[in-house]
Design a protein. Structure first.
Length: 227
């Protein structure tokens, strides 16, 4: 794909995402944001990189406003950092993917914040947040805690967050792992255990599935960015 075609493709996908923004669940927005970096070549000219960055940031801003996320300080920080990154860096493509993943995480977190009427969903989500490191945590245990049947809880979580129990659990674990990779000195194996995975290979598989990179590369990229 030529650089011109690549730019046109990114713009088209951004337009498709922004157009139905008001009808999209925030969790669904997050999934589609993650996919925007797919197929981006790393050797684009500077002017093309700038154009893609500006289109992506404008898209995130518009969708955030339509989804009720526009006033969140966390998203403002992510957008500012996205603008501030070195557009000429060799890691440009990885930086774009990281930016989109962080935006997607912000939308997912927004989706996981239930309204006042969803007391039972809030109770279940809080338990996931408190016990994600427990390998024995199950939908059954969460359902008992929330005083719901498993099927009812599954429907409620889906309605509230747009995600199922297993996906929510892995997302919570991976978010915690990202923080540990950024600020701590624990090994990948130690982090895997800390966030609830039985083996480091299982952890790495889920980490890559959700972030599109490995824990080792994620840590190296973060260290390089703040060095």
């Amino acid at each position: 794909m030529s650089s011109k075609d690549c730019l046109a493709t990114v713009i088209s996908r951004c337009q498709q995402l922004a157009r139905p923004a008001e009808g999209l669940h925030p969790a669904g927005v997050g999934e589609r944001l993650r996919s925007l970096s797919a197929g981006l070549p790393g050797n684009l000219a500077i002017r093309e990189r700038i154009a893609i960055r500006d289109v992506l940031i404008e898209t995130v801003t518009r969708v955030a406003r339509a989804s009720g996320l526009g006033q969140r300080q966390a998203l403002h920080t992510i957008l500012f950092e996205g603008m501030a990154r070195d557009i000429a860096a060799a890691t440009w493509r990885t930086d774009v993917a990281s930016f989109l993943n962080r935006c997607a995480d912000a939308f997912t977190l927004h989706a996981m914040t239930p309204g006042p009427a969803d007391v039972r969903a809030a109770r279940a989500l809080q338990m996931i947040a408190d016990r994600y490191g427990d390998r024995s945590i199950t939908l059954s245990a969460i359902a008992d805690h929330a005083r719901l049947s498993q099927s009812h809880l599954s429907r409620l979580l889906k309605q509230t967050t747009g995600l199922g129990f297993i996906t929510l659990l892995h997302r919570t674990r991976i978010a915690a792992a990202q923080l540990l990779l950024e600020i701590g000195r624990l090994s990948v194996k130690e982090i895997a255990t800390a966030v609830g995975y039985s083996t480091s290979s299982q952890f790495c598989r889920h980490f890559k599935r959700h972030t599109r990179t490995t824990p080792t590369r994620y840590r190296a990229t973060h260290i390089a960015r703040i060095a």
